[in-house]
Write a protein that binds this ligand. Sequence first.
Ligand SMILES: [Zn+2]
Length: 343
Amino acid sequence: MTRASGHKDTNWAKRPRRSTGERERQVSVDYKGERFATVLRADLLVDGCAVGSEATGGAHRLRRAFVSLWLGACAALAAAVGCGGGPVAREQALGEAALGHAAALCAACPARVAGQGSVGAADWIAARLPREGTEVDRFEGAPGPMANVWHCRVGRPVALLVTHFDTKAGIPGFVGANDGASTTGLLLALANEGRLPVAYLFADGEECRVAYSGEDGLHGSWRAARSGRIPRGTPVIVLDMLGDAGFTPALAGNGSPWLNGVLRRAAAEVGVALGDAGEIIDDHVPFVAEGYRAADVIDFEYGPGNAWWHTARDTPDKLSAASLARAAALVRRAVELLEEERE
Ligand SMILES: [Zn+2]
């Protein structure tokens, strides 16, 4: 995504290339104001997401066993701090699960460039969703093969939740932990929890290669918005970059005013301060253009002066389970309000 006007210098060429031969990797997580660290040992990990690896020409050690390892650590952590079974504990567990999925996606499929290996990441995501109601929609995009992942187990979804999972091309070492993986992890956690009466779309090809145009960027969301899979009256909530430990979510100004109003009400009720991001080019744009009421919830302040956005510094250690838990609470309340409005 980007601002609808202006240009940000990402300065990516000066960033160091991330080592792909490392034997272990440290991932840390914020939890109840404290920071916990986990070291992931490469000898516990196995290969996966081969398409993404081939496409980048790297010899990445890939990590399918990571998910169970991470979730086990999170469960132990939750038990240690005495979580009960109420709504707050439920959101915390969702935040932790989302962070685990996000970190695992970055480890398994570090480069998820649309048309150059993103299909492997789509298959990775689909494999982590309940089989029932999951479909991978493969298509030929301008730079090459792409795939959207759909998941829906309800007949008449109250809303469509959308994230992109692809990564920006041409940034050495970029794994898109916040930009792509964080909300992918959030939607994976929500879909696996299975409580929300919604449809899920994991969209490929959000990132543009050069500049957003009819042929560059938003590939998956254009395809989805024109597909007729979801009735036009269904509200569409796009979630992007919501894993930042410094949680400052905002609404795109070019989303549906009605849906923005619902999201602002939900945010107020769950105690989330929702700012105004101004006009944003993101996956909500094709849905708005096709007549949907669509909104974009995005935290476009990532690092000092947004310095980590579109750089090799966008890594899982910058993410926070607490932020993802708050995003989950916001989404849940918004869906509840939408359900009430529909009845
Ligand atoms: Zn991006």
